[in-house]
Design a protein around this ligand. Structure first.
Ligand code: HEC
Ligand code: HEC
Ligand code: HEC
Ligand code: HEC
Ligand code: HEC
Ligand code: HEC
Length: 507
């Protein structure tokens, strides 16, 4: 292809790769200018447009230039191999008018290019920080987290505010990590589900505490829950808890409470036996007077302690309790309770909670299979077991079916194998052991005292009973003794809630 008669200069640019590269560069530049004009003229703030304008288009230009450079290098190598010399004339000759004109053209174009590159660089930065970019750039992988995020209390907080935080160091680290993830996606070698807890998450001090000032925590929070049983009547049962959040707000004389772990002068450290941090070997508390107490798990399989750790030692922070502040995969029993209370599912439909739970809780191959099963499930059940309900309550059954379908699409992601079964929540002791990982009988100090775990340590039960309406409940602001909704004798005193409330039951 390279012939000796041609001038050296021309052969350098005669390679097909440089033609393609040149074309891509021009196309990318054109693409960029058109998109930029469109954006300026329409005044539209659209993250997709930003991704195209400030990442894809400059990316094309870069790709074209890289191909150009590669082709030059290839040709030089080929020429050298053939024993010919390739030489650039780099001398400055201001007396040649042609040369001066070309120099000005070159400088002018360079200046334009620099301005464009600078502008597009800052815009690319902004775009990569945007929620849509994080959530949708690799849609299939991030879908479970993006969807649950959109229904969470933090739906207006940008992903980067929790995942990266301020400072250039973590931004660069996140981009390096992002590149690794991009390769994993391109080669389809990422894990399903994405493993949690995220072990390299930035410490909460730099993220959560930027918005939630730790000494400004609150007194008590009233948590009201209505449950529906799996009987024919979907019988309701309500509980109201006064959760002792606590904190050290100087204007409210309260000390301790649940946020005791986080008060400025206290420190809690622990060692987990497993990757999921669900089994804890020991925990050490240091109070504001500097006094430390170590509690050891009597059932631990290894002998270890603060001086001789056997695994990862972690300083307790917000994420050890609030590990699902944004990606909340609701268990089906919880979603059903909420939908029944809101009348998105009518509690008058016999066994609707029980059948609905089964439909949601079955393990499906993919979403299509799930949605088909849900679409016909309730109708089939009533047609068979309650023909009269099937014919007279068709509207209610349709509405319940739509609600089940929505619950499924918001909380279950079979393609990524992600739902409540793959995600522990540590903020309670009902779905996972959460607080009871430490606050239990077996976690004892050297004197044999266990970490406090009476039912009034963290909350008071101020109302409970078999009704949806507070007026019908037994109430007492100083706290009631827990009454378990189903007669299980005193089993709840001896066993963990999670011994019976399991994923099979929908919790
Ligand atoms: C309020 C803070 C917050 C926001 C906002 C947030 N995340 Fe998270 N995210 C977390 C925490 C905390 C974890 C770690 C959970 C764990 O370690 O168990 C996490 C975990 C993840 C995981 C790991 C998988 C999982 O289910 O835990 C992914 C992926 C993720 N986030 C993506 C996103 C994306 C995408 C966005 C924006 C659309 C986002 N996050 C917004 C706090 C947040
Ligand atoms: C950019 C600011 C911002 C950041 C960062 C942030 N939050 Fe929030 N958080 C909010 C806002 C705003 C609310 C909603 C306040 C409300 O509903 O009263 C909220 C609400 C909450 C709530 C109450 C949720 C509920 O169910 O009512 C908790 C708990 C919480 N955040 C924990 C965290 C944790 C843990 C982190 C770190 C992983 C975090 N937040 C990071 C702004 C933030
Ligand atoms: C020992 C576990 C634990 C730790 C550690 C913890 N929290 Fe909480 N937090 C709770 C519980 C329990 C609640 C009340 C339950 C709820 O809001 O559903 C709560 C409530 C909150 C609320 C909501 C208050 C309201 O009135 O709605 C915010 C905001 C919050 N925590 C932020 C934080 C931040 C930020 C950190 C880290 C500095 C942190 N928490 C550390 C257990 C914890
Ligand atoms: C890693 C172990 C661990 C976990 C998990 C844990 N705690 Fe604690 N908690 C401690 C330790 C240690 C202390 C300090 C005990 C002491 O005073 O010696 C403590 C103290 C407390 C106190 C103060 C008790 C008092 O005497 O005033 C409350 C309330 C509390 N925790 C609630 C919770 C709640 C609610 C959760 C779950 C959301 C939880 N804890 C999860 C280890 C843990
Ligand atoms: C170490 C702290 C702690 C102890 C001890 C504790 N709880 Fe809780 N409990 C919590 C927290 C935190 C929640 C979650 C509150 C929320 O969702 O806002 C909770 C939630 C609950 C709920 C509501 C469950 C749900 O999610 O629907 C019930 C019922 C309950 N507790 C009963 C009990 C009983 C009975 C005991 C005694 C055997 C007990 N708790 C002991 C911290 C504790
Ligand atoms: C020995 C097994 C067992 C233990 C331990 C247990 N439960 Fe239950 N619980 C049940 C059964 C069975 C039901 C009835 C389920 C139904 O009707 O679908 C139930 C129902 C409930 C309900 C009504 C909501 C529902 O799912 O029907 C609540 C709330 C509840 N339990 C709270 C607790 C709490 C909190 C603890 C721990 C302190 C606990 N349970 C421990 C067996 C148990």
């Amino acid at each position: 292809m390279v012939t000796t008669e041609q001038t050296e200069q021309r052969t350098l640019y005669r390679h097909p790769l440089s033609a393609v590269g040149g074309a891509i560069t021009i196309a990318g530049g054109f693409f960029f200018v058109m998109l930029l004009l469109f954006e300026l003229v329409s005044g539209e703030e659209n993250p997709y447009l930003d991704i195209a304008t400030f990442i894809l288009a400059p990316g094309l230009v870069m790709l074209g230039l890289a191909m150009f450079a590669l082709s030059t290098w290839l040709q030089m190598r080929a020429a050298r191999r053939e024993g010919r010399k390739v030489r650039f004339n780099l001398s400055i000759d201001m007396s040649d008018p042609l040369y001066v004109r070309n120099l000005w053209v070159f400088l002018g174009l360079s200046a334009v290019f620099l301005v464009i590159a600078g502008y597009s660089g800052t815009r690319a930065f902004e775009t990569m920080e945007s929620v849509v970019f994080c959530g949708e750039a690799c849609h299939a992988v991030m879908e479970p987290q993006y969807t649950t995020y959109q229904h969470s209390p933090h739906a207006r907080v940008a992903c980067v505010d929790c995942h990266i935080g301020p400072g250039a160091g973590f931004w660069v680290r996140s981009k390096i990590d992002g590149t690794r993830q991009l390769i994993a996606v391109a080669t389809d070698s990422f894990e399903r589900p994405i493993p949690t807890p995220v072990h390299n998450l930035r410490p909460a001090q730099a993220t959560c505490e930027g918005c939630h000032w730790p000494s400004q925590f609150y007194g008590e929070k009233l948590v009201s829950r209505t449950y529906y049983r799996s009987d024919e009547d979907n019988s309701p049962w309500s509980i109201q808890l006064l959760v002792q959040i606590g904190g050290d707000n100087p204007r409210v004389p309260s000390e301790g409470g649940i946020h005791w772990h986080m008060l400025s002068d206290n420190a809690v450290e622990y060692e987990a036996a497993d990757f999921k941090r669900q089994t804890i070997n020991w925990v050490q508390a240091t109070n504001r007077d500097g006094i430390t107490t170590v509690y050891h798990n009597q059932d631990a399989e290894v002998e270890s302690g603060p001086g001789n750790p056997a695994g990862e030692v972690r300083k307790f922070d917000c994420m050890d309790c609030h590990n699902r502040p944004s990606h909340i995969f609701l268990p089906p029993a919880v979603s059903l309770n909420l939908a029944l209370r809101a009348r998105d599912i009518s509690p008058d439909l016999p066994y609707v909670r029980d059948v609905g739970l089964d439909l949601l809780n079955t393990e499906y191959q993919d979403r299509e299979e799930a949605q088909q099963a849900i679409a016909s499930g309730l109708h089939d059940f009533y047609a068979e077991d309650y023909p009269e309900v099937a014919s007279t309550r068709k509207q209610d059954i349709d509405k319940a079916t739509d609600t089940l379908s929505r619950i499924y699409s918001e909380n279950f992601f079979p393609e990524m194998k992600t739902d409540y079964r793959a995600r522990e929540t540590n903020l309670s002791h009902f779905v996972n052991n959460g607080c009871f990982r430490c606050h239990n009988d077996s976690m004892v100090d050297t004197q044999g005292n266990s970490l406090r775990h009476t039912c009034d340590t963290c909350h008071l039960i101020v109302a409970q009973g078999p009704s949806e309406s507070v007026a019908d409940l037994e109430t007492d602001l100083t706290g009631l003794e827990f009454e378990h909704p189903e007669d299980i004798d005193e089993a709840w005193r001896e066993e963990l809630c999670t011994d019976c409330h399991t994923p099979e039951e929908g919790y």
